[in-house]
Write a protein that binds this ligand. Structure first.
Ligand code: FAD
Length: 405
């Protein structure tokens, strides 16, 4: 794409929108940039919301993505509390909730995702929470201060991180999961089992294979009719991409706004990045929606490079992290086309790694628990489509740097 001089409008002042605005300036874009967000707060880190922020261990300055004068210094017009209600692609304008509209030459959709809601009786009660925004986290934090028993519906990363934070605050926790195991969509069975044990050792109770039928004032009712006491409930059953503006304006959407490797949508003047985008992932030859900070940064780079006429950045290997208690999980790659797993260390121990391989021995993913070296070496090997020796991987006496070499 030729370099653009006209106004860039970014919808969504989250991680992706913030990164795109900053990178445009870094790459030399000198035209007007407007960053529109419907939240009250300037862009902030979302990952601490279920971790340090929930436990009261981080302050607002640490949560903010930038210092207070960053946007003014970069000549980025940050407009908060401002919802975009409509895209007029023909007229190249966005309409705002205050009735005004803004012209764009290039538009970036960075609208993120919403917490998925559950359509069950009682889901709207005041003690039922979800966790996506700082406002959600503040409400949950206030509730946990007076809570004795939290029920979490959903045993994914966010549910488990909230469980760890609630235990640190001395609140009893029950996790209710529809599937037969935790982290069913996002982690291997041995990893999920290790995390279940980690939480059980901290006193968390699990109900697996358990549907939820209703929520009452002091209990959750499971599909089998049993009642489980809870004075607060978190629904943590995944996120739904915020694609309404895109879909209403006729952009291609399929579980996210469909984009190419430049983050460009089916309209050449509109980009979509972050949790709202369904992007190609060349390493796995698929189109996927990735919900992670590293993905938002990679796609922000793709869009900013295309808008400023730079060469496209090299594709990155997807990665993710999660912190629970004093355990740091790092995952590189995706658990796709996996036919076998090599265990390094013992999944019952504080430190171990799981290397997942394709049928031909190619390393596809590594799940590293308190094992930074294994994570970093694994990430490089995944990018190189390496076929490391399973014997060496399983042998703790063989250093990762030797395997990498
Ligand atoms: P968002 O951060 O959702 O930002 C989108 C913004 O757009 C929001 O502010 C939204 O209100 C706004 N918006 C939407 N529609 C409009 C509109 N019409 N007009 C104006 N504004 C609009 N990732 C990791 O890699 N590691 C972790 O440990 C981790 N932990 C997480 C913990 C929690 C509790 C959550 C919620 C997420 C976590 N993630 C983690 C995921 C990561 O935070 C997301 O992938 C990332 O924030 C996505 O950024 P985004 O900018 O695409 O979307």
């Amino acid at each position: 794409m030729a370099e653009t001089a006209g106004p860039v409008v970014i919808i969504g002042a989250g991680h992706a929108g913030d990164a795109a605005a900053a990178l445009l300036r870094q790459y030399g874009f000198a035209g007007p940039i407007t960053l529109l967000g419907d939240e009250t707060f300037a862009p902030y880190h979302r990952p601490p919301l279920s971790k340090a922020w929930l436990k009261g261990e981080a302050d607002a300055a640490a949560l903010a993505l930038r210092g207070p004068d960053f946007y003014a210094r970069q000549d980025i017009a940050l407009r908060l509390n401002m919802r975009v209600t409509e895209l007029d692609r023909g007229g190249k304008r966005v309409r705002l909730a205050d009735g005004t509209s803004l012209p764009y030459a290039v538009l970036i959709l960075a609208t993120g995702a919403h917490a998925r809601a559950l359509d069950i009786p009682g889901a709207g009660l005041a003690h039922v929470h979800s966790l996506r925004t700082r406002t959600d986290a503040d409400a949950l934090r206030a509730a946990l201060a007076a809570s004795r028993h939290l029920a979490i519906v959903g045993g994914g990363y966010i549910g488990l991180e909230i469980a760890a934070s609630a235990r640190a605050l001395g609140v009893a926790v029950t996790v209710i999961e529809r599937e037969a195991r935790l982290l069913a969509r996002v982690a291997s069975l041995p990893l999920a089992t290790a995390f279940q044990r980690l939480h059980e050792a901290q006193g968390v109770k699990f109900h697996l294979n358990a549907g939820i039928a209703a929520i009452e004032t002091a209990a959750v009712i499971l599909a089998d009719g049993t009642a489980h006491p809870a004075d607060n409930i978190v629904i943590g059953v995944g996120a739904v991409p915020a694609t309404q503006l895109a879909a209403d304006s006729g952009l291609d959407c399929a579980n996210g706004v469909v984009v190419d490797m430049a983050a460009r949508t089916s309209d050449p003047d509109i980009f979509a990045i972050g949790d709202c985008a369904a992007r190609p992932v060349p390493r796995y030859d698929r189109r996927l929606r990735l919900e992670s900070v590293p993905n938002t940064l990679e796609q922000a780079k793709q869009a900013a490079a295309a808008i400023t006429g730079r060469a496209p950045p090299a594709p990155e290997t997807p990665w993710f992290w999660s912190d629970q208690y004093s355990t740091r999980l790092q995952i590189a790659g995706l658990l796709l086309d996996v036919t076998g797993t090599v265990v390094r260390g013992n999944p019952g121990d504080a430190k171990f790694a799981l290397f997942h391989r394709a049928a031909d021995g190619t390393l596809q993913a590594v799940e590293a628990v308190n094992a930074a070296e294994e994570f970093m070496a694994g990430r490089l090997m995944i990018a190189r489509r390496a076929k490391p020796s399973p014997t060496a991987l399983a042998d703790l006496a063989t250093p990762m740097r030797a395997i990498l070499a």
